[in-house]
Structures are given as C-alpha cells and as structure tokens.
Ligand binder design. Structure first.
Ligand SMILES: Nc1ncnc2c1ncn2[C@@H]1O[C@H](COP(=O)(O)OP(=O)(O)OP(=O)(O)O)[C@@H](O)[C@H]1O
Ligand SMILES: [Mg+2]
Length: 545
C-alpha cells in the first residue's frame, strides 16, 4: 500500500477507461494519479493486485446539502460561510502498469479504491523513452522532471497539430522543426501569415533557418496550371485554352534561348528586344516600356495571345481582350519572379525552410501550395525510382483549413490528399496545423496518425478530433477545454501506445506571430505606423505603392 496521502476514492467506474472519484477538495485537471486494487483471477480463484495510472480530466465541486437555508446564508456570525462540499472528478485511466510492460486497462476500478498522486518513478516507466532516435518536445504535465520525446521514425505517419487560436500551435511547430533540423532533417514550413520569418533557432545558429518569399515564376509553372491560376472562372475554358497555348509557345521559346547559354531573365530580355525590333510588340501609349524581365514576359505573352487569335478564327475579340485583361491583372497583383526557385531546390539537410506566402492572395497561396506539394512528391518518387537514397522531407502546412476544407474544393486539396496518401512510402512527411479540426477534409485527416491536441473549446471541434483519432476516448477529450496554453494531449505511434499530457517546451527563438504587446506599443508612443504611411506617399501626396 502507498504511504502517500489519499487524494480521493472511486465513486463509480463507467468502464476500465474511466472512473468518477470523490474527494473533499478538487484536484487540478491534468494531474496524474495512481491506484491499486485487487481483482479475482478466475483460473486460480485467488485475488491478484493491479496498478494503474490515470489523469484527472474534469472536475466539479458541489455542496453536499441540496439547498442551504436562507437563515444560514444570512448569518453574520462568521465572515467565511462554509458549505460542506464534495468534489467529483473524472479520471481517465491511461494504462495498467501491473507488469513491467504497461498495458491497456482491462478492469474497472472498484468503488472505494483509494486514489493517490502518481509517483514519478511509475510515470517514467510509462513515458520516458531513450534519447537516440527521439526528439524532446516537452515535459509531462505537472512533472517538469519527466521528459517527453517523440519517436522520429514514426513521423512517416504524418501529424496533426490542432488547437484554438493562441493555444500554442505555432510554438509547437517551431519546437518540432527546430529539433528535427538539429538531427539533420529538412523541415519546410508553408508560412501563411509570415510568422516564422524572423525565427531564430534555439541554439542561436541562424544559418539553420532559410526564408524564401514565395513568388511565382511563370516560366517554371506548367502552362495548364498557370492558365488556371490566371483565369479562375471554371466556365472560361476557351480563354484558358488560348492562354495555355500562348504560355507553351513562350516557354518553349525561352527554353530554346536558354539552351544557347542564357539565364532565364536574359533569355526573356533577348526575346523581347528581338520582337520589339521586329515591331511585333505593340507599343501602348499609356503604358511604360517594359523594364523588368517579368514585365517583358507579360508583354511577349500578350503579343503571342494576339497573334494566335489573329491566325485562328476560333477566338473572338471578346475572348482575347478578356484573356489580356486577366493577364494584366495577374501580373499587376502577384509577386512574379522568373527566377523563383522550385521547391526541390530549397531542400537542404538540417534546415528550417520557411516559405513565406503572406504576400499572396488566398487563391494564389493554394495554387503555390499545390505546385510545391506536387513537385515535392514527384521529386521524392523519382529519387526512389532511380534507386538513389532519398532524403526524407517534412512539409508543414499552417492554416490548413484554408486549403483543406471538408465541404469545398481548393486548388491544393487533391495534391495534399495525394501527398498524405503516398508520401510516407517515399519519405514525405506531412504536418497539418489547424485551428478548426471540424472543417478539415476527412480524406487527409484519415491519413494523419500522430496528434497534438491543444486547447479546444467548441464541442464540434472536440467531436471532430475524436473522429480523427479514434483512440481518443470521450473521457480524456473532456480535458480539452481546460488545457492551459502550451499543454496538449499527444497521441499516436510517435509517443507510444498511451496518450500523454505534455507541457510543450516554449520555443525561445523569436517568432513574429507571438501576440503583440499592444499596451506597450501604444503607451510608448511608437511612431512606427506613421513612418510606414509616409513611405507610401510620394511627394505630391499620391499613393505610390
Ligand atoms: N508551450 C508554451 N509555453 C509557454 N508559452 C507558450 C507556449 N506555447 C505558446 N505560448 C505562447 O502563447 C502565445 C500563442 O502561441 P502560438 O502563436 O503558438 O499560438 P497559435 O495556436 O499558433 O495561435 P494562432 O492560432 O493565432 O496562430 C505566444 O505568445 C506564445 O509565446
Ligand atoms: Mg499560429
């Protein structure tokens, strides 16, 4: 028997996985507890002892008497009015640790069983894993001395980090990315809000972070895809066909010029000057002459669109003008860079590769994501097919609901589904970050088998995560609304057989996404915002940006 204080006693057990415990005082939600009890062994007819570890997942506190009398409540004899109370707590039974090898609990705790604080040495049996092959993500809830580690080889089952806004998702991503890169992994973060741009690794070695501002290279995107990016109306098939044809012609011409030893931008310049000299590029009076490679590219493209329509009766002038308008719009509003690197050129051992897509529109983000994910999977597959050893890559998608809504389609959805389905065989690890698990596409969700569940308040989200992780029991999921910042239920093969409540380490490197100190910024009279406004005005007072 334990010599520690009894925290409470079992009132009733609903199953081997959960019990209600009563006590004079409530224990904090998230506390680990221990119990020992006997069960009858039918074979021998004798009683055998069992030992289990559980965690407090919910608690209530109520008066024992139904209704205190009004006379009592008004009594002024004492300042402190005490009502005899009882606390009822739900305990999720995590594991049976009777033998050296922890097992899934099979016996419900008998009513009256004493509940104790969990001794650290038992928790270590359950959770502590060797260092080799693992990365640390934090410590056991309420036991800062017990390290919690993730088994790196199980990452190929992909992972999901989910929690309400501000619950600590991006901090968790920073910890995982930082520690995986320290063992040599390339980790790419598709950074929707540009919050990892200033990320500093924990060890201060800033060469481990590489930031790419995502831009679109019209030359490097398959023409059919670029045409769909530019002409989004699904019904406008004729326009898209015309544009794709023009893109194909132009890109072939660039390719031919490049093969003579030119770089892409120079090749475009060369083609542009040839066409201008031959007066093939129409000079628009209200337009400035093209100066950058991308504006030259656009002008040549428009020229080709016009010449295709001139030589074919298939496209009337309305179609042609509409294509040109959309091309103009696209080149005006999108970050275009002919030399933008491909995603496979970004892969580097031991680097956090931040892909900052914050300047793109939501639709462009989805297209760029599609391109990257397709390209990455193709690259991994081809490496394996050619018999070379592939370098596994972790690709983390922030704000996944933007790309993976359950009930509508986005340009990236199918590609992410394919990556989730096929990636693991080829060394592609997908990390999905979402604050709304209820709206996550079930096809991708069903491929995710490692989980970090941070605070979730909405009932629908709790139901959703129980659907996604079928081994997440209702009685443990009750804890989700009361999780403090940075504390999570971690589940899946990367942690072992039993769910664990973890205080995720706080990432010490800077990250832009952390909540701004509004009070501090305002009260210190910061003038930063005025300076930015001034920069945007020209001397005449007009907007120049
Ligand atoms: N494990 C932790 N320990 C201590 N503080 C934390 C922890 N995790 C997050 N925080 C703090 O909580 C705040 C929000 O964290 P974070 O940006 O990771 O949340 P988020 O879930 O990504 O939010 P959002 O949905 O808005 O992107 C930050 O100020 C961060 O420093
Ligand atoms: Mg975040």
């Amino acid at each position: 028997m334990m010599s520690r204080p009894i925290l409470g006693r079992v009132l009733r057990s609903g199953s081997p996985l959960y019990s209600y415990v009563y006590s004079d005082y409530p224990m904090p939600v998230g506390s680990y507890v221990y119990a020992e009890f006997s069960v009858l062994d039918r074979a021998s007819g004798s009683k055998v002892g069992r030992r289990v570890i559980g965690v407090v997942s919910n608690s209530s506190y109520s008066p024992i008497i139904e209704r205190p009398s009004i006379v009592d409540l008004r009594s002024e004899s004492s300042q402190e009015y005490s009502v005899p109370s009882i606390s009822i707590m739900s305990i999720y039974i995590v594991a049976d640790i009777t033998s050296d090898k922890p097992e899934t609990p099979r016996y419900p705790l008998p009513p009256g069983t004493a509940i104790y604080p969990a001794p650290p040495e038992y928790l270590r049996i359950l959770y502590e894993l060797p260092e080799k092959g693992f990365i640390r993500i934090g410590s056991l809830s309420e036991y800062s001395g017990i390290e919690i580690r993730l088994r790196v080889n199980e990452l190929s089952r992909h992972f999901l980090v989910t929690g309400a806004t501000g619950s600590g998702k991006s901090n968790t991503v920073a910890i995982i990315a930082d520690r995986l890169t320290r063992i040599g992994a390339p980790v790419m973060i598709f950074d929707v809000h540009g919050e990892y741009v200033g990320l500093q690794p924990e060890d201060g070695d800033s060469s481990r972070v590489r930031v790419y501002e995502a831009s679109i290279s019209p030359y490097k995107i398959p023409p059919k895809i670029l045409a769909s990016m530019i002409i989004r109306d699904p019904a406008a098939t004729k326009q898209r066909r015309l544009l794709a044809r023009a893109l194909r012609i132009l890109n072939r011409e660039i390719g031919d010029t490049c093969s003579k030893g030119y770089g892409i931008s120079l090749a475009v310049g060369e083609i542009y000057s040839k066409r201008s000299a031959a007066k093939r590029i129409s000079e628009d009076l209200d337009e400035e002459p093209a100066q950058t490679p991308s504006s030259m590219y656009k002008k040549i493209l428009v020229d080709i669109v016009r010449s295709i329509s001139g030589s074919s009766k298939a496209y009337d002038s309305k179609v042609v003008e509409s294509v040109i308008d959309k091309v103009d719009d696209f080149f005006e509003t999108s970050p275009i860079d002919l030399e933008a690197p491909r995603v496979v050129d970004m892969i580097e051992t031991g680097r956090i590769i931040v892909i900052d897509v914050s300047r793109l529109s939501d639709d462009q983000k989805a297209w760029v994501l599609k391109l990257y994910v397709d390209e990455l999977l193709d690259h991994l597959k081809m490496t394996v097919a050619s018999g070379r050893r592939s370098l596994p890559v972790v690709f983390i998608v922030e704000e996944a609901p933007l790309f993976l809504p359950a009930d509508s389609s986005t340009p990236a959805k199918e590609s992410l589904q394919r990556f989730a389905r096929e990636g693991r065989k080829f060394g592609g690890v997908l990390g999905i970050v979402s604050q709304r698990p209820r709206s996550l596409d079930p096809n991708v969700a069903s491929q995710l088998q490692n989980f970090i569940f941070l605070k979730l308040v909405q009932e629908e989200d709790r139901r959703a995560v129980m659907n996604i992780a079928d081994s997440l029991d209702d009685s443990l999921a009750q804890i989700l609304p009361s999780l403090p910042k940075g504390r999570a239920i971690v589940m899946g093969e990367w942690i072992g057989r039993f769910p664990v409540l973890v205080d995720i380490d706080q990432h010490t490197g800077k990250r832009r996404g952390v909540s701004p100190d509004l009070y501090g910024l305002w009260s210190s009279g910061s003038r930063a915002s005025e300076e930015i406004v001034e920069e945007k005005f020209s001397i005449e007072g007009g907007w120049v940006l």
